[in-house]
Write a protein that binds this ligand. Structure first.
Ligand SMILES: *[C@@H]1O[C@H](CO)[C@@H](O)[C@H](O)[C@H]1NC(C)=O
Ligand SMILES: *[C@@H]1O[C@H](CO)[C@@H](O)[C@H](O)[C@H]1NC(C)=O
Ligand SMILES: *[C@@H]1O[C@H](CO)[C@@H](O)[C@H](O)[C@H]1NC(C)=O
Length: 198
């Protein structure tokens, strides 16, 4: 794997959280999957395409340390075996970086696991669950991973557009809080034009 890609993979999966881990040894406990809503009757084809990451909340996200979160985009493409190619595009250090991974369909529609997990050192478990979506406007997605024996979780507020209504953002905040996160663990991203527009 190219070093840049590896680095980026580590950033998204780990480094940010390793730093958080040093300063916050006590992570808010990740909710059991049973407690996390699942979008009923999930439509895998309609969920495809590009989503802007409008909001992010998680037990390793700290508004204080994080500063501003630059908006990034994540694109889901269905493969023949019903898993998704998932590509995130981020502006890093003035250039566009892509990070590609596979989400493999799990037993329940709307629930996925990270494919080829052995390629990600330290990651023991990685689950994804689409909590709610209307497919053409917003989605809220839950991610939970065990990394070096610690349990991390986050939820993303995805938008088909860079701006979402106040009501959706409030609903996202409420959902994050229902999973045990406080305001300090919830951030909204700053829209940009570079990298994520095409
Ligand atoms: C998924 O990603 C791989 C690696 O980038 C690529 O080779 C493949 O064509 C993609 N498949 C689809 C269906 O997009
Ligand atoms: C950004 O670029 C500078 C100079 O090329 C480099 O020293 C630094 O490590 C890079 N930062 C990241 C986060 O890649
Ligand atoms: C926000 O949440 C409320 C209560 O769950 C729901 O009735 C409403 O439809 C949600 N709004 C949007 C835009 O999804």
């Amino acid at each position: 794997m190219a070093l840049g890609l590896l680095w980026l993979g580590l950033t998204l999966l780990g480094v940010l959280e390793i730093q958080a881990q040093d300063s916050t040894p006590d992570l808010i406990a990740a909710p059991h999957l049973r407690k996390v809503p699942l979008q009923p009757n999930f439509q895998e084809d309609q969920f495809q395409g590009k989503w802007y990451v409008v909001g992010l909340a998680g037990n390793a996200i700290r508004k204080e340390d994080q500063g501003q979160l630059t908006m990034y985009a994540t694109t889901y493409e269905l493969k023949e075996d019903h898993s998704y190619n998932v590509t995130s595009t981020l502006l890093r250090n003035g250039s566009c970086t892509h990070w590609i991974r596979t989400f493999v369909r799990s037993t329940r529609p709307g629930q996925f696991e990270l494919g080829s997990i052995k390629r990600y050192p330290g990651v023991q478990n990685y689950r994804v669950r689409v909590m709610a979506t209307d497919y053409n406007q917003y989605a809220m997605v839950f991610f939970k991973k065990t990394f070096k024996k610690k349990n991390y979780f986050k939820i993303t507020l995805y938008g088909r557009t860079k701006e979402l209504s106040l009501e959706l953002k409030e609903n996202f905040t409420r959902l994050a809080k229902s999973l045990g996160l406080s305001d300090d663990h919830i951030v909204f991203s700053v829209p940009i034009d570079q990298c994520i527009d095409n």
